[in-house]
Design a protein around this ligand. Structure first.
Ligand SMILES: Cc1cc2nc3c(=O)[nH]c(=O)nc-3n(C[C@H](O)[C@H](O)[C@H](O)COP(=O)(O)O)c2cc1C
Length: 162
């Protein structure tokens, strides 16, 4: 059976999402982070969330070795951060961000619409990605509008509301 990867990706892109930065503290004391839109809430009791990490990610081992990770849900005005954490070399992504450590030690993005601070709960194989499930230790949110991602590009709420 032939499988048209481009058409598959275009189909997945029809699901509008928010945009997060997933982050963790590396063993060497350096933060790691990347832009993700695979964030999903999983369970309320216990409080669990997940994201999917490409097995080719430079940060994979740091995420797997860390006691936890954080997800910072980006605001509409944080598109530049989203691009930086998707494209810039890992070593320079945190320059000037002013990250603050969460309860689990993972760096949180200032100005994010919401943050979820997680302890490592479980890891599952997911094809060419690894599914990381975190148990939420702390969370916070603030008023504002989210950064959205849809059909391969950024989008905003039509009413501009938060
Ligand atoms: C909107 C958006 C969503 C993304 N979602 C994911 C994702 O869920 N998982 C993932 O592994 N990469 C995702 N990426 C790609 C990574 O951000 C990108 O490949 C990054 O360079 C990986 O860095 P690393 O190798 O340091 O981990 C996304 C990129 C963008 C722009």
């Amino acid at each position: 059976m032939s499988f048209d990867l481009r058409a598959f990706r275009d189909t997945l892109g029809c699901f509008a999402t928010g945009v997060c930065i997933a982050s963790a503290m590396g063993k060497d004391g350096r933060p790691v982070g990347l832009t993700v839109n695979s964030f999903t809430s999983v369970s309320l009791d216990p409080p669990l969330v997940l994201f999917c990490l490409d097995n080719r990610s430079e940060s994979l081992s740091s995420f797997l070795d860390a006691p936890g990770f954080a997800l910072s849900i980006l605001s509409a005005d944080q598109m530049a951060l989203s691009n930086s954490f998707a494209r810039d070399p890992a070593a320079t992504r945190w320059d000037g961000v002013g990250a603050v450590p969460g309860k689990g030690g993972a760096p949180l993005i200032p100005g994010a619409l919401a943050v979820l601070d997680c302890a490592h709960h479980a890891t599952y194989p997911g094809g060419d990605h690894t599914i990381l499930v975190g148990r939420v230790l702390g969370y916070a949110h603030q008023p504002g509008a989210p950064l959205l991602y849809y059909r391969g590009g950024y989008a905003a709420l039509a009413n501009g509301q938060g």
